[in-house]
Design a protein around this ligand. Structure first.
Ligand code: ASP
Length: 348
């Protein structure tokens, strides 16, 4: 019998409406089968683990990512797959972080949640949870997991977690993966896009990374951004890495003070990574002079990484105590399928 562990962290999905008072109350996942009788139709052994104090995902933080990884690691041999119930607001950050923390992952880790509480009539939570369990348990003829990745399942689509962004706070299709195709679509049956799913070496053991350095910053450029602001930000002593959200294909103001400030920061050992504010597409600093200047300032390309991926990856790489040069190299390389290498100049 397949064994699935559901880990409940909090978020809207875990609410149930008291039929008498109409009030929303926390759902007890220990009695999950009682509340969701559909689960009895699965021929699986489903256990659950509940955070002592379920959180709104705006309170998510690296120590809780470590806790999630600890739970997965301790139960890795016992279960075929893991389903993490999580608030939607920061789900993409958690999915990205876990993808970097769980090296050589050979089992599915599926994050899901809902826009409406599981205990209200029109909830999207039931469908999201039931399909996530099915995906977490799906194996091929050899008995290997069909999707051995950290994913988000939401609104009928399965996405690679570190490619996702929350794009809608009202509709049921809350997530989107702008630069990578969905790994599966759930219709009458679940149709897996095999060629986009990463196949790991199933013989390798799981390696976990649990150290974070949170001295990072994501800085969004805008026309009119002040010289003093840039200069003060880049010279902050504790900041070790900056995700610079630039324009278009990776362009920034060509003013001398701007390039000088960034050049000084990189010379001091700060890692500055260029990602674009556009949802679709990649950074190509060699396309325009304004991008070229960034390249000369020692800034590295994050290619088509999402901001969620770039921030969590930078914290994890810095947490490993690597040299700035090594962190820069890895920020520009795909380590968990978070970057599409397009073959542009910066990647060669
Ligand atoms: N604020 C909630 C959270 O992220 C929203 C949700 O669950 O969708 O925890």
């Amino acid at each position: 019998m397949k064994r699935i562990l559901i880990i409940y962290t909090g978020g809207t999905i875990g609410m149930i409406q008291n039929a008498e008072t109409g009030a929303l109350e926390a759902f007890n996942f220990e009695h999950i089968r009682q509340h969701l009788p559909e689960l009895k139709q699965f021929d699986f052994n489903i256990d659950s683990y509940q955070f002592e104090s379920p959180i709104d995902s705006s309170d998510m933080e690296p120590s809780l990512w470590v806790k999630l990884v600890d739970i997965i690691e301790e139960n890795y041999a016992k279960y075929d797959g893991f389903v993490i119930l999580h608030g939607t607001d920061t789900m993409s950050y958690t999915a990205s972080a876990l993808s970097f923390m769980l090296e050589n992952l050979t089992k599915p880790v599926i994050l899901t949640g809902s826009q409406l509480p599981i205990g209200v009539m029109r909830t999207d939570g039931r469908e999201n949870l039931i399909t996530s369990i099915e995906i977490a348990a799906a194996t091929d003829a050899k008995g290997h997991a069909i999707v051995p990745e950290v994913c988000i399942f939401f609104g009928q689509c399965l996405y690679r977690g570190n490619r996702t962004t929350k794009k809608n706070s009202e509709q049921f299709n809350a997530f989107r993966s702008y630069n990578y195709p969905p790994l599966a679509q759930a219709g009458i049956s679940i149709s897996y896009a095999d060629k986009f799913i990463h196949i790991p070496d199933f013989s390798k053991p799981l390696i976990t990374h649990k150290n974070f350095d949170t001295n990072v910053l994501a800085l969004t450029l805008f026309p009119g951004i002040q010289q003093q602001l840039i200069e003060n930000v880049v010279k902050m002593k504790d900041i070790k890495g900056i995700i610079l959200r630039t324009f278009g294909s990776g362009n920034a103001p060509s003013k001398q003070w701007f390039t000088d400030a960034l050049t000084r920061a990189t010379a001091e050992g700060k890692v500055i990574v260029n990602i674009t504010q556009c949802q679709n597409g990649s950074v190509e600093m060699s396309l325009y002079k304004t991008g070229m200047l960034l390249l000369q300032a020692g800034i590295v390309s994050g290619h088509d990484m999402t901001v969620e991926s770039a921030v969590t990856k930078l914290m994890i790489l810095l947490g490993q105590g690597l040299s700035p040069e090594e962190v820069r190299k890895q920020m520009s390389t795909s380590i968990a399928g978070e970057i599409s290498i397009t073959g542009n100049k910066e990647t060669k």
